[in-house]
Design a protein around this ligand. Structure first.
Ligand code: NAD
Length: 268
């Protein structure tokens, strides 16, 4: 893909993996629009993107809010006149107990994960689709997690809301890919394992309280995940869609250049 002049929205743009993705896209030549609820951190990222010689907008947007998503996407379109790439990266994680828990509090935590991780992915995708359809092209990538790779990982413990929302994201990747590929819009996902971000560090800080492990043998960097996203976008219109490759190391991220599909539903 020639990224020069392309316009990308990265959600959850204030912290963590977003930085790796946004900077990688900007280095390739794309202009970046960040949607986040954290205003200052989002503006800091926009300045970093501008320092790379690209245009950037920091938009305060709660991706679980239908009207905020609609108006934020409209603002990007009014400003740049196109939207080529959407990275659904915004996410929240929380621990939820199925036993010995406060019913209302636990449901609230579950709803929060579903609202941001699953509904946010759907709202942002639906909002950009009409614009991508008009252009006849566009790419959407959903940032999921290794937790949906059931053949390789045990389901998360005490993570009902997080994991349910991530499986919903995986399902959205499939269904949107099938529907949109014939219309020129390419939908894929990425399933990163542990990546060094504020989300992971706050998980490790409290994991011991929940009987979960508090350290990991290795973590990817946000730059690794940024490189993986660029490699997926480079599959282009002749590449597969509906894919959700697992990445656990920098090498995996690099090797996505040569990805041939995983044996799950391969749509091309
Ligand atoms: N860090 C990891 O190890 C890891 C592994 C697998 C998948 N992921 C996924 O990667 C994505 C990014 O995670 P991260 O580790 O960078 O997390 P993070 O907490 O460091 O960053 C998440 C970003 O999302 C933003 N956000 C939260 N709620 C939002 C909302 N309602 N609207 C808009 N923005 C909102 C936060 O403000 C923050 O900027 C998430 O979807 C996460 O599930 C992370």
């Amino acid at each position: 893909m020639d990224f020069k002049g392309k316009v990308a929205i990265v959600t959850g743009s204030a912290l963590g993996i977003r930085r790796g993705i946004a900077v990688a896209l900007a280095e390739q030549g794309a202009d970046i629009d960040g949607f986040d609820i954290l205003v200052k951190e989002n503006e800091d990222l926009a300045k970093e993107i501008e320092a790379l010689g690209r245009k950037a907008l920091a938009i305060e947007c709660d991706v679980s809010d239908k009207e905020q998503v609609r108006s934020s996407v409209n603002k990007v379109y009014e400003t740049f006149g196109r939207i080529d790439i959407l990275i659904n990266n915004a996410g929240v994680f929380n621990f939820t107990y199925a036993f010995n828990s406060d019913y209302d509090e636990t449901i609230e935590l579950f709803d929060k994960c579903m609202a941001v991780n699953a509904r946010g992915t759907y709202l942002c995708s639906l909002a950009v689709v009409p614009i991508m359809l008009k252009q006849g092209s566009g790419s959407i990538i959903n940032v999921i997690t290794n937790h949906v790779k059931r053949d390789k990982y045990r389901p998360g413990v005490l993570e009902q809301g997080y994991d349910a929302s991530k499986w919903a994201q995986l399902s959205l990747t499939d269904t949107l890919a099938i529907e949109l590929k014939p219309r020129g819009i390419l939908v894929n996902a990425i399933c990163p394992a542990a990546t060094d971000t504020p989300m992971l560090r706050s998980y490790l800080d409290v994991a011991g309280n929940y009987g979960c492990r508090t350290s990991l043998p290795s973590m990817m960097t946000v730059e690794d995940v940024g490189m993986a996203v660029i490699n997926i976008l480079n599959w282009g219109p002749d590449g597969p869609v509906g894919q959700a490759p697992l990445v656990t190391s920098r090498e995996d991220c690099e090797n996505l250049k040569f990805y041939q599909g995983e044996g799950r539903t391969i749509l091309s």
